[in-house]
Design a protein around this ligand. Structure first.
Ligand code: NAP
Length: 522
């Protein structure tokens, strides 16, 4: 039986209570326990701020980038181990695990390169000065490292990527980290942190991990800290309203859930390439990571005239999916992460039921390969159709965190945009249109509702990264319901962890300041 430990103040420590168990979702077997009772979160944060922070602040951007490269190398060396843990504890197929494991390592490497490009300074300065008076008095804006700690509270569905994509940006910015993975899948994060600690690549105090409850972590938050939360909107609201968070007013980023949209352009016919491209992404939405991606397509808006053809084509493709034990090569859809998530998905399906008809799935799969539905947390890939989008509410509101999509027909582009807006702010949308001009028009209309819009036109064809995949070059986050946060996006991600300051003074002083900094726009 595995017992996860926290790594705080540069020591691995055990919780003092029995804690909660975590499972293999394919079999329901208990794999181990996790508990943070007695772990001194206040001391962990103090250690990060006073030991890890100064160590990073003294390093140049390039040197911090070298740290990320060393972390990536330490993780890459044991990739097979991580893939195995992702299979056992998250129910990931090889493809699913790669999104999490390789995605995390690739993001570390990407930021290692970006940091190297920032050179041997420790401060950024924005291009251009603003003249403030008739005499020699100007302003420039600089970005410096905040003297606090970065606190991450992460969701269960990306124990690797969710940790390392944030670690990467925080380290480039110069902030030490105290991360709390979701308890159900923390094994992978804990094992990876152990490997990084064993490799001895990080200065003391730079990386801490609290395995178990977040209790005590938020109580100890201070004004210069940055809290990055990823998870459900409900938990996000609790964190926003936490008394210590309200009192200290740290930076707070909320990456929450959303009911993301894929839109087939009004001009598309069943013969259009765009039609097929959407079918491919819809199929990914009901198979990759069993639909447990925050960016996953939930609603598919199609022109009313092609609804039947689209539903029939997608249903046929869904019939080819194989649900079961993710260890088996033929399996394309693994289980949900645990029984609790399965129950939550059933509750979501029940909420959608009055507004939809079920074309495929909708419950426990009739057959699973190499596993038993009585033990494993399996949900059949599910295709729902809602015939009257405008008068519905649940399909725009309920995120079923599993392999479930709802097709909604629309009559006009205006109606389609209105339907997308009913999601009240989402992480990602995708548009499928053969013509670039039509695609651009739709993209401009969906942009204010989303953090990212994937546009698949004839020129892009199959050569895109997918609706759900978060690329480190692009911002991730969304307005409104999606949390209002923003992360990644290359250097833009540094904004969250650094302080922008207007420095007013003489041109001579500002030139001296600029000589100590790297000029770049964030
Ligand atoms: P969750 O239940 O909200 O939990 C998220 C994290 O918050 C976990 O680490 C959890 O710890 C912790 N937590 C729970 N209650 C807390 C409290 N009172 N105070 C402080 N921390 C608390 O979400 P989840 O089920 O793990 O993740 C699924 C959801 O995350 C989905 O809705 C998905 O859309 C969303 N998500 C969003 C993004 C994004 O980038 N926008 C990415 C991934 C997932 P324990 O596990 O120990 O309870």
């Amino acid at each position: 039986m595995i017992r996860l430990q926290s790594y705080v103040a540069d020591r691995f420590v055990d919780g003092t209570a029995a804690g909660r168990s975590f499972v293999d979702p394919t079999t329901g077997a208990v794999l181990g326990t996790i508990d943070s009772t007695g772990v001194d979160c206040a001391d962990a944060l103090h250690h990060a701020r006073t030991v890890g922070g100064p160590a990073l602040a003294a390093m140049s951007f390039a040197a911090r980038g070298a740290l990320l490269g060393a972390i990536a190398d330490a993780l890459q060396a044991r990739r097979d181990d991580w893939m195995e843990i992702a299979r056992k504890n998250s129910g990931n197929t090889t493809r699913d695990a790669s999104v999490d494991v390789d995605g995390g390592i690739a993001t570390l490497k990407y930021y290692a390169r970006l940091a190297k490009g920032l050179g041997d300074t420790r401060m950024l300065i924005e291009p251009g000065a603003d003249r403030l008076a008739k005499g020699p008095f100007e302003a420039r804006h600089v970005w410096t490292t905040r003297p606090g700690a970065a606190i991450f509270i992460n969701a269960f569905n990306f124990p690797s990527w969710g940790l390392w994509e944030k670690v990467a940006v925080a380290i480039v910015a110069g902030m030490p980290i105290v991360a709390k993975p979701a308890s159900g899948t923390a094994w992978l994060a804990e094992a990876m942190v152990r490997a990084v600690v064993a490799a001895g690549v990080l200065p003391a105090g730079v990386l801490s991990l609290v395995c178990g409850s977040a209790e005590g972590l938020l109580d100890a938050v201070e004004p210069f800290d940055c809290i990055a939360f990823t998870g459900s909107a409900e938990t996000g609201r609790m964190i926003r309203a936490h008394p210590a968070v309200l009192a200290a007013n740290p930076r707070l980023g909320i990456e929450a859930d959303s009911v993301n949209t894929a839109l087939l352009a009004p001009s598309a016919t069943p013969e259009a390439a765009a039609f097929e491209r959407l079918v491919e992404q819809a199929l990914a939405a009901v198979s990759v990571k069993a639909g447990q991606l925050c960016t996953n397509i939930r609603r598919i808006l199609v022109p009313a005239g092609v609804e039947d053809a689209f539903v029939a084509t997608l249903a046929t493709r869904i019939d080819d999916l194989v649900v079961g034990d993710p260890a088996l090569a033929e399996v394309t859809v693994g289980p949900l992460v645990d029984e609790k998530q399965l129950r939550a998905a059933f509750a979501g399906l029940a909420a959608l039921a009055p507004e939809t008809r079920t074309v495929r799935g909708g419950g426990i799969p009739a057959t699973v390969v190499g596993a038993d539905t009585a033990q494993g947390a399996f949900l059949a890939p599910t295709l729902l159709v809602a015939d009257t989008g405008a008068v519905l509410s649940a399909v725009h509101d309920v995120e079923v965190f599993g392999p479930v999509v709802t097709v909604i027909p629309y009559a006009t582009l205006d109606e389609a945009v209105d339907l997308a807006a009913r999601g009240e702010g989402s992480l990602a949308a995708s548009i499928y249109a053969d013509g670039a001009e039509e695609a651009a028009t739709i993209a401009a209309r969906l942009a204010p509702l989303h953090g990212r819009v994937l546009v698949v036109d004839a020129e892009v064809g199959r050569g895109h990264t997918g609706h759900s995949i978060v690329m480190p070059q692009c911002v991730h986050g969304g307005p409104g319901r999606a949390g209002g946060g923003e992360e990644l996006g290359g250097l833009r991600g540094l904004r969250f962890f650094m302080q922008r300051t207007a420095i007013q003074g003489s041109p001579t002083m500002l030139a001296d300041l600029a000589a100590k900094a790297t000029e770049t726009s964030l």
